[in-house]
Design a protein around this ligand. Structure first.
Ligand code: ADP
Length: 615
């Protein structure tokens, strides 16, 4: 029994922790803004270490626009930039400007010829509304390669954290501008697998997602990015030396003209799109990456957290449990940071929500279970006390009778007739004692929920008459008459228990009545109920006392003064028995005038019983 209830408790405990875990993991999916915020914070705490850059931005900045004729002249500017860069023999040049439409043909021709002078040229293939905007065929004919310029498309707050290395639309697929530039600079092919990309010896952990992308986290440098203004280059062509053996990202950085400025985890000012490509290039070139923890890894970590909190509150109580739980809570909070330092990005919200929820679930479960156990042991103690009172109160009378009678028999020479009378009495009283013990045990077991009530049919008359017979000697001592009126009605239930209840009401009526009074007992069916009443002309009770008489150990002052009061348990047991039979107690009383106790029970008709079957 104990083991069964224990295991049921464990199942409930595990279920509560499991629910907390599921809620935490699901809310983790919905809480990406918090994860992003935490990522940015960790990024700022641990920015990538400074490194020697391998690329330079050739910037069409505001000064260039002012000096070289404004936004409309951008193709001329590009042509001039490429012409100036070519002699420096850069490893590759990536032009971050969409060149999909023909413009002034003389300028396009100049640009085309400038392109021919660049060894590894990458032009933008721009994805717009699911369609690729390709560079003009004349530009591609120069031997230029393509690279897409898509930014962090999944970012909800406009902060660029990842860039898809691969972008698909229809049948066409393009690598990122920076990746194509790297491949050209290294002169190695891109070898792809679902998990990663490989260029030469370098493995890039950019797994293909269900969307067909390969997002990679960009390690934005904290330091200012190397940059040469096109205007300066035009003014001092010798600056081109800076591009020798470098990868050049040529693009618009002008604050007024560049439409693609993006926010980074550093949060301050936005940077132009061309710089994002350059930062991605440096990330690829550096060969150290930030990879996202796998979904199963995150789930495993959350599960481990839940299990640890569960164990803490299952094995420890009170302050040690809270101490260990607090340590674990702190550990879970710093774990994403520790992982981050190792290059693994763990979502922040799901593990922390798991920790807090399982912490609360474990702590509250422990609190309530411990409280319930305390309450149970308190009620066990009360039941034990009640049992002691019951034994001393109810069993003393028959025991005294048996003791006295047996002494009489032993001490005096009694006539045969007297001896038989006393022996009968001893027999009767010991039987009553046995019955009482049985009743007591039954009530005990009932309140413990261990036994079911017997359901035998019996008539109200049967039990009332048997009780009156037993109570009559008591009543006669006080010259109290017990009158029966109508005794009708059938009952169904536990006869022994019901008889105990009626006998208790009858003896109370005798105890709390003065001499030469009358007690009336009657029972009457009323609708589907049977009302069985015991009415006396005794000391009575006031309304306040009436409200308390069914509480264990309660006795009225009046009863105590009369010297008759017992332990105050009888009525609580009577009420318990009546309740178990689906009934209730009604009492009317007036101080000095008497009381009427009525047991209201569901009536039972014998006619409705199935006829006995003879075999
Ligand atoms: P006990 O009679 O052993 O004290 P009970 O539980 O049977 O315990 O009764 C509780 C209290 O209710 C009694 O102490 C008494 O004060 C009051 N009581 C019960 N029956 C009567 C009655 N018929 N008349 C007056 N008071 C009663």
């Amino acid at each position: 029994m104990r083991r069964l209830s224990l295991s049921r408790q464990s199942v409930a405990y595990i279920a509560i922790l499991g629910t907390a875990l599921i809620v935490a993991v699901i809310s983790g999916w919905l809480a990406t803004p918090i994860d992003d915020y935490a990522y940015d914070w960790m990024f700022r705490q641990h920015p990538p270490p400074p490194a020697v850059p391998h690329c330079v931005i050739l910037a069409i900045d505001d000064a260039t626009y002012r000096a070289m004729g404004g936004v409309r002249e951008y193709r001329k500017m590009l042509a001039q930039a490429l012409e100036l860069v070519a002699p420096a023999r850069p490893k590759a040049v990536a032009v971050d400007v969409v060149l999909a439409d023909p413009e002034d043909s003389a300028e396009d021709a100049r640009l085309e010829s400038a392109m021919r002078g660049i060894k590894n040229l990458v032009l933008v293939a721009h994805l717009e509304n699911g369609r690729w905007e390709e560079p003009l065929p004349r530009f591609l004919k120069t031997g230029a390669r393509k690279g897409h310029d898509k930014a962090d498309e999944n970012s909800r707050d406009g902060v660029t954290r990842k860039i898809p290395l691969e972008q698909r639309a229809g049948r066409e697929r393009n690598w990122a501008l920076a990746l194509t530039a790297l491949q050209l600079a290294r002169g190695e092919p891109i070898i792809e697998s679902p998990q990663d990309l490989q260029i030469g010896n370098e493995l890039i952990p950019a797994a293909r997602t269900s969307e067909g992308n390969r997002p990679l986290r960009v390690l934005f440098a904290r330091e200012a990015f190397p940059q040469v203004s096109l205007k300066d280059l035009v003014d001092r062509p010798q600056l081109a030396a800076r591009f020798h053996d470098q990868v050049v990202f040529l693009g618009i950085t002008s604050i007024t003209a560049s439409y693609d400025r993006v926010a980074t985890p550093y949060g301050q000012e936005r940077i132009p799109g061309v710089q994002v490509h350059a930062e991605l290039f440096e990330t690829l070139e550096r060969g150290q990456f930030l990879t996202d923890a796998s979904a199963s890894g995150v789930l495993g970590f959350c599960l481990l957290t839940a299990v640890l909190f569960g164990l803490i509150f299952a094995l420890l109580y009170g302050w040690p449990a809270y101490l260990f739980a607090s340590i674990l809570l702190a550990a879970v909070h710093v774990t994403p940071l520790l992982f981050f330092r190792e290059g693994i990005v763990l979502p922040y919200f799901a593990p922390i929500a798991t920790a807090w929820l399982t912490f609360f679930a474990g702590a509250s479960y422990q609190h309530f279970v411990v409280r319930r156990q305390l309450r149970k042991s308190e009620s066990d103690r009360q039941r034990y006390q009640q049992a002691i009172h019951f034994v001393t109160h109810e069993m003393r009378t028959p025991l005294t009778a048996i003791q006295g009678s047996s002494e009489l028999m032993g001490r005096y020479n009694l006539s045969e007739e007297k001896r038989k009378q006393i022996a009968d009495m001893i027999n009767q009283e010991s039987k009553r004692l046995a019955r009482m013990i049985q009743t007591f045990l039954d009530v005990e077991r009932l309140s413990d929920g261990q036994v079911e009530l017997k359901t035998e049919p019996f008539s109200a008359r049967e039990i009332v008459e048997s009780c009156i017979q037993r109570a009559r000697p008591l009543a006669e001592r006080k010259n109290i008459r017990i009158q029966t009126n109508v005794l009708e009605g059938e009952l169904q239930g536990d006869r022994e228990l019901m008889e105990y209840a009626v006998y208790n009401l009858l003896t109370n009526a005798v105890k709390y009545s003065s001499t030469d009074t009358e007690i009336k007992v009657w029972s009457l069916p009323q609708g589907d109920r049977l009302r069985l009443s015991v009415k006396d002309q005794g000391i009575g009770m006031d309304a306040k006392e009436l409200r308390q008489i069914f509480q264990k150990f309660y006795r009225t002052k009046r009863a105590e003064a009369s010297g008759e009061a017992g332990t105050g348990i009888g009525l609580s047991i009577v009420e318990q028995i009546v309740t178990y039979h689906g009934g209730k107690m009604e009492v009317t009383s007036e101080p000095g005038k008497g009381s009427c106790f009525t047991v209201v029970l569901p009536a039972h008709s014998r006619a409705s019983q199935p006829p006995p079957v003879s075999v």
